[in-house]
Design a protein around this ligand. Structure first.
Ligand SMILES: Cc1cc2nc3c(=O)[nH]c(=O)nc-3n(C[C@H](O)[C@H](O)[C@H](O)COP(=O)(O)OP(=O)(O)OC[C@H]3O[C@@H](n4cnc5c(N)ncnc54)[C@H](O)[C@@H]3O)c2cc1C
Length: 398
């Protein structure tokens, strides 16, 4: 390091916090949560540096998948229905300005064996909020989607206004717009500062009046003493299958996004969006996973389960080849509620995460809430506080 650089770093290290711009924020992690937080802070007039160790929605990030479902169906958890709806407006606006679609309004179908609390409560919430949710019996399901085998399905709930977000592309677009709007983005690995307002980026000390740690599945490693026992990172497997050649029944417009509550395990997926293949995944939490060292090759067992379900529910997919696999991770809080709070001991530091396998769609609202906490000290709903995060996993948000 040359002398000038050393002198600059020493000066920065000695700079009292009061001397740093009062509205300077550093957001660590350019996944969906960090990127929307940076965007909302920028809208509020903050000078924001967004940092990621591998790039916006990179291949290891939870936001790095091809597609993510957006839906309002959340059983009794109306808060997430409202957040999904408010976020959808932002996603649509972003999509309308992008050169390629970020949102495919294909609708989402939930299939149930029988009436269960989750379905009943979803219907109630949608009625209360005046949101369209169409109840379909077996004959109507069969008429609309003859490519589905309805064994074990009693009825369906169809949400026409939701669908699929092109996840990786959407975050890349958002970050590009953030930078075009004067925000700074930097590729660097961050080490948290234990003193208020400081963080080390690739060995250089930086200061800001607010530092937001939006590190997704790495969050528990960044703050092991606070979050090590409160974030549960699990391995999740996803597969894509080539539909029969020339068959349009697996295309957008002919098949919605779907989630199948029948038979214990929840499976979900998408039609052949943008020719990437029919997507299928199992929502059941996998084994514990390290986002740095975890093996990202799908298991034989996992591929077998996905194939078996796909060909049971969609018989025309029998024997069709897999086109792609992905191994990603959920960063679960104890019950599935997000974490949007201050760090308990480091002034000016904030913790953001706990996406719990359903966070992507909510990125705009989560980012807005974190930005309001940073900017105005406005606490979000108590469900998102650190204090509510337990050390025992008991998933209740679906
Ligand atoms: C298989 C799968 C399917 C899913 N399906 C859905 C769905 O259908 N609908 C839905 O709404 N949600 C879904 N989710 C959940 C959703 O994708 C996540 O909740 C969301 O992407 C989490 O975003 P994040 O910004 O918190 O984390 P991430 O996207 O992981 O971003 C964290 C970022 O922080 C960076 N970082 C970490 N540590 C450091 C450091 N020290 N220095 C610098 N940078 C750092 C990482 O590189 C990373 O880019 C799914 C998740 C998975 C894995």
């Amino acid at each position: 390091m040359d002398a000038t650089r050393r002198a600059l770093l020493a000066a920065a290290a000695a700079t009292p916090l009061a001397a740093c711009s009062p509205r300077r924020a550093i957001v660590l992690g350019a996944g969906v949560f960090g990127s929307w937080t940076a965007t909302h802070l920028q809208r509020k007039g903050w000078n924001v540096l967004l940092v990621d160790q591998m790039g916006p929605a990179n291949a290891r990030a939870s936001s790095g998948g091809e597609s993510r479902m957006t839906r309002g169906t959340y059983g009794r958890d109306e808060i997430y229905t409202r957040m999904a709806l408010a976020s959808l407006d932002e996603w649509k606006r972003l999509s309308a300005r992008a050169s390629l679609p970020l949102f495919h309004n294909i609708g989402v179908l939930f299939c149930f064996g029988e009436m269960i609390d989750y379905a009943r409560q979803s219907i109630d919430v949608h009625r209360r909020l005046n949101l369209p949710l169409v109840e379909l019996d077996r004959s109507e399901l069969g008429r609309r989607w003859p490519q589905m085998n309805l064994d074990g399905i009693g009825f369906g709930l169809f949400e026409p206004q939701f669908g699929a977000l092109m996840a990786r592309r959407a975050v890349a677009e958002l970050v590009a717009r953030f930078v075009a709007g004067g925000g700074q983005y930097r590729l660097a690995h961050a080490e948290p500062g234990r003193e208020s307002g400081a963080v080390t980026l690739d060995g250089e000390r930086h200061i800001a009046s607010a530092i937001v740690y939006a590190c997704g599945p790495w969050l528990a490693k960044v703050f092991p003493e606070v979050l090590g026992a409160r974030i549960f990172v699990t391995r999740q497997e996803v597969a894509f299958i080539a539909p029969p050649d020339g068959d349009n029944s697996f295309e957008e417009g002919h098949l919605p996004g779907w989630a199948d509550f029948n038979g214990g395990d929840l499976y979900y997926g998408f039609p052949n969006l943008e020719g990437r293949g029919f997507k299928i995944a199992r929502d059941t939490h996998g084994i514990a996973f390290d986002p740095d060292t975890g093996e990202r090759r799908i298991t034989e067992e996992g591929a077998g389960l996905l194939r078996a379900f796909a060909q049971m529910r969609f018989p025309a997919l029998s024997g069709r080849p897999f086109t792609e696999f992905r191994v990603c991770q959920y960063e679960n809080s104890s019950n599935g509620d997000f974490l949007i709070d201050r760090h308990p001991t480091i002034a000016g530091a904030f913790v953001l995460g706990g996406g719990s396998g359903h966070g992507f769609k909510h990125g705009p609202e989560v980012g807005r809430m974190m930005a309001e906490l940073v900017d105005a000290g406005r606490m979000p709903d108590p469900r998102f506080s650190l204090a509510t995060k337990q050390t025992m996993q008991a998933r209740s948000v679906l």
